[in-house]
Design a binder for this molecule. Sequence first.
Ligand code: GLC
Length: 769
Amino acid sequence: MSELPQYKQANQTVTFDYPEHPLQVTVLTDAIVRIFEDRGEKGQSYAIEGNKETKAAYTVTDAGDHYEVKTAALTIKLDADRHVDAYDQDGNALVTDYRGKRQLLDKGIDKVHERLVKAEGHSVSKSTVSSDTGFFELIKSLAPDEHLYGLGDKTGYLDKRGFEYDNWNADNPQPQLEHFKNLYKSIPVMLGLKNGHPFGLFFDNTYKAHFDMGKENPNYYFYSAVEGNLDYYILGGSSLKDVVTNYTYLTGRVPLPQKWTLGYQQSRWGYSASQKQVQDIADGLKKYDLPCDAIHFDVDYMDGYRVFTWDKNKFEGDPKAFVAKLKKRGIKVIPIIDPGVKKDPDYKTYAEGVKHDYFVKTPDNKVYINKVWPGDSAFPDFGRPEVRKWWANNNKFLTDNGVGGVWIDMNEPASFEGDIPDDTVFSDQETPSTHKKMHNVYGHNMAKATYTGLKEQQGRRPYVITRAAYAGTQKYATVWTGDNRSIWPHIQMMIPQICNLGMSGFSFVGTDIGGFASDTNAELLTRWIEAAIFSPLLRNHAAMGTRHQEPWSFGEPTLSIYRKYLKLRYHFIPYLYDLFAQESQNGLPIMRPLVLNYDDDPRTRDLNDEFMVGDDILVAPIVEKSKIKRLVYLPAGKWIDFWNNREYDGQQDIVVDAPLDKLPLFIKANTLLPWGPSVDHISEEPDKAMTFKLFGNEGTYEHYQDDGLDFNYQNGEFNRYEVTVKDGEVAVNLLHHGFEPAYQTITVDLPDSSVTLHYDTASDGYVLK
Ligand code: GLC
């Protein structure tokens, strides 16, 4: 063994002078430690904004054969051979370097057979590492009892152990199943439970990266990237929830959304090809008594797919008037915007971009052109602040037309004519850089630009929905999971995918309900609206040329069941909004896996077909064809069947009936929940009354209220109510009164009666009349 290196300390950073590459250990907080090795990459983090270092006490000790950097929550040990091992405050191993060598996976194939296998169109990779990885590699040991989560939108199951993934944002229309290595987003955070002890690891590197989660060998997992610095964060915490809170402290949280964005949204590629089609959809929603808050306009509304144009011929010459008319009916318009700007010298956006040098360039300084919807297109250089500003301002065209938000797509960036070459010049802020470095943050920077524009132009909380993202994009945009398919494996995948996105900081997320590609059917659509009814983004969207999947497309009983669940959703919107108010403080997702709430219960660690909404609701949808009964695992505590009030003990599996119209739903016993009114959309007028429902005998609930629209809540314009039921008595405590009007009445539905309290100006409280 070699000698321990020298070290020096500067504030909260300790630099260990290993030969060749010194290693820096920075204590950001008690539970967040950064490990950094300079490999010559310059530039700032896109994921982390601002200085996240807070004053945290730590010690460095020489323990003979290793050093120990110790905070209140973490101990990092570094030995003479550069091994870095992290332990929690009780000495439990969390993240430890693997001491052995990697053993490449032998797939037992020779050259001759490889050719043969490839001839039928199969792909062959000899080891689990794709050929261009290996710039550096971090190999960490895997315990027999270790579960791994996170990684954003990856396909497959909740527990990522045993699979491999790449981080390289891609638009791949093939059926996205568990063998897929990468989708649209690169969120390099993983969370784990090692022998039941929670931790997180965040690798802040935008280059193409690879994660092998113990597929190659059950004794280790590894991470590699093709370039960049070795720059990672070890996250501790006494629970998985703490780890998520710490991770979102670092990369940011989903800001409080406008309340109506939690309403139902109807979409289809093709609607906006004519005003009549959109009108028919709006009429259909009304005729069939289906609540709805938004209709999305796909690429068809534009003039020849030119972004920031509106084909007036399709909208009776006046899109603004039409948008206003829909808004009056409670339906907001959300148009799509792609990054590709049509190459057309007579088109303003293209001409401006060329004139000011806003597009990415070939290495020989020509505007780089590839094909997307409009044909030949140029790509804005979103890494540059000036380009983001230009793009932000371009959105004024849409906000002037009265849109409710903007849906941004194709921002991996996608290209139809081959991949964008690695050396294409994309800026890293003010510095010329490469596509290779900036690819994975392209969507992030486009989202940030769009958010900034909308905030300035609308003065409201921006509603931006993006397909591509990097760690930290959650600060700027809601996400959807891209082009799924109308197949049962994709309704199944929705649960772990949304749950892992949630644990990766992306709490405002949804999937295309009914499936985007391929033809849906009545049973699949029905089960999908049931399973997705608590997904924060609730949007039915389908590809052009697929079978129609509006709620009424299959007649009865699909329509009535669909309506029943949409109405249920609207009753739960105040609860979802409360969860967002909490999330903006603690980063905890709305829709979450059971393991996040019960990480000490081994049964929850790879549950893929159930989830929770906050801490109080457990949902166990049917996600298999023709199934009408299912097994439900209930964790500790007592649980009440939402539909018939039957009470069950937890820590057991129960069998429940689930005919086509039933979503198995359980509420934790002794829970009070807000219950929004029956409405056809979320009004911009304040609610005058609120109802709470009691499940069990007693309960306490803290409820949040503000105008649901703008940023005034940041100046204290919100109300917090504490509602309590104990020994049959109902009490409401107005904890914070900063928003007017407070509810005039608050009604609490008890199991067999209901109590209404009235606002009393004199006491600024609630009284029985
Ligand atoms: C992409 C999007 C999809 C959209 C289509 C047309 O495939 O993922 O949602 O409908 O482009 O714009």
